[in-house]
Ligand binder design. Sequence first.
Ligand SMILES: N[C@@H](CCC(=O)N[C@@H](CS)C(=O)NCC(=O)O)C(=O)O
Length: 221
Amino acid sequence: MKLYQTYLSPFPTRVRLSLYAKGIDFDVIEPPGFHGDSNAKGDYLNVNPMGRVPTLELDDGRFLPESEVICEYLEEAFPEPALMPKDPWARARVRLLSRISDIYIVMAMLPLFNMVAAPPASWDQSIIGRQLDEIGQALDFLEEYIGEQGYAVGRSLTHADGTLLPILQLVDVWLPIFRGPDLWRGRPKSERYWRAIGKDPICARLIEETETALKKSMGRA
Ligand SMILES: N[C@@H](CCC(=O)N[C@@H](CS)C(=O)NCC(=O)O)C(=O)O
């Protein structure tokens, strides 16, 4: 298989978690035109007409976009080891955490992702303050539902870990560039989860990959 992706984007991380956990061989292809690269996306639009990463290419040449959909496909096509719990309630919790991440936390971060392309002197402090407040509110939702047994849900790896891990890494490592309040304050369960999840070897690998990409991009900023 091939995974079209960038290491900086949080969305492909959940797909890599699935591929690593299930022991599926894949090649990484980093398409042009992402994260401030001024090259056009060119042929990549034939791979994914939405022009986003990730996209999975199957061995027979079919392309599948959208990280959550790719993870669901991989779960059904390669059921072992399972990254969804058996219990319906626990399965719902996995999906709920992905929703909270995608709909509330990431959406609140979006204006800040867009802002960092410009030099810091031009950053609009009122937008920064508003978005950091919104991210804080979204993290309050997470605080309600995040697991307390070392993983996002239960005692083992699930898709929710692949979704949350890169987002909480941004909270921990990247958001401080905006010099706002400590977003872990008042959210001890979320912080404990983030500090513990790196003990899982697959998560440790994903954290390291994201860290390398973040350092590179923050060095450029
Ligand atoms: N819903 C999509 C979101 C993917 C997404 O928005 N990826 C961003 C990178 S973080 C992207 O490709 N943006 C288009 C661009 O940067 O040009 C998914 O889960 O796969």
